[in-house]
Design a protein around this ligand. Sequence first.
Ligand code: ASP
Ligand code: MG
Length: 467
Amino acid sequence: MLVLKFGGTSVGNTQAFAQTAEIIARARQKDPNVVVVTSAMSGVTNILIHAARSAAAGHEQPYREARSDLLLKHQLVAGQLIEDGVERAAYGRLIDERLRSFERLCQSIFVLGELTTRGLDVVSGVGERMAAPLLSAVLRANGVDSEWVDAAEIVVTDAAYGAASPLMEPTCARTNARLRPLLEQGKVPVITGFVAATANGIATTLGRGGSDYSAAILGACLDADEVQIWTDVDGVLTTDPRIVATAETLPELSYIEAAELAYFGAKVLHPKTILPAIEASIPIRVANTFNPDGPSTLVVPEVDDAGSVKAITAIRHLSLVNVEGRGMIGVPGIAARTFKAVAEVDANVLMISQSSSEQSICFAVPESDSAAVIEALEEELSQELQRHFIDRVRAHHNIVIVAVVGSGMRGTPGIAGKVFSALGEAEINVIALSQGSSEVNISLVVSEEDADEAVRRIHGAFFNQAD
Ligand code: ASP
Ligand code: MG
């Protein structure tokens, strides 16, 4: 059993649909049981959300335009890939009805002047509900028997609108009951990614980019041999190819490494979304729809490659916040209060480092949160600041975390040395650094203007020296 998920660009236009249909047909020659999950056509979810938000703000134009633009976008593909007139007309009716109800929804949002997260889930799921029936019809036009399934029928979630979590037991029961018979009839089920419903049938979504999550959930329920994420890049690369042209695809990656890379900004799988597959030990392949015979990355429970660095990422637009002062030495609770204040303003802390002399704590947060963080800290620590136990709280802007990731670094001496000599040779100043005790990554803070060069130098030290 294979679960194949196609992202927005893989169903972005006529040519992409054709390519995707071909990949599905080929997968089926390898394994008769293929289940497909699809995202909305690229850009569609954004258009839908923008239309709903604009309606709530009193603007009708965006949803009116969205209706006609989206009709055209889908009809164009249908017109070019579905030859059978009856099929084409059936899809035409479906999409027309879908967009009509989208317009009605936006109309009521406009009248109420209010958009709830529950309402937004209904609107934002329209894209997948137009893409899945289209992909299914395109498959049939290509001689692959297929039926589309609305995930609201099978994926059961809690009621956390906007980012719901699956309830695996009922989901698996419904998934097997609904999809197994289709597979037995020789059909390829095409399921809407991203969308789901509560046990009472109220529409939910799994959060932006949630189609990967759908695929992992279904893969786990069906005990798939592999979940394949088809996207528009050759799997997971050693670094961003825009910075290092010779970046290479990693053939294999462990779950932990994939999670670290995602955390540090690489465009890979989001750890939360692949969790169901991880828990079921199902390997996940990341492959390129537009280069299907090219390299791909297999993400597996564990890999055995001692000593190796896997990838280097850069996460940008951060600020480094420093809490400094000699009065902090040996005073318990400052760190706890610092991070409590940070948590209260909902800022995401990407990395923490404290010097062992305890004279400073520094941590990285998104630049957009830094003003709120500083304000919260000045309030929380006002007494210590007044008494000069803490000298100051300040933020360094325009900083970047460069993360060097690889579980083979664990227990391997010399890796940090190699990283720092590469940076030293280029006279790049390291502002702060941190290594998690899991030793799966070393993260360094450098200034924005040094970031690309830092990535290039470190990449050059561990991979091809051509750059
Ligand atoms: N279409 C949804 C989004 O854009 C889900 C996905 O693409 O995975 O967030
Ligand atoms: Mg997407």
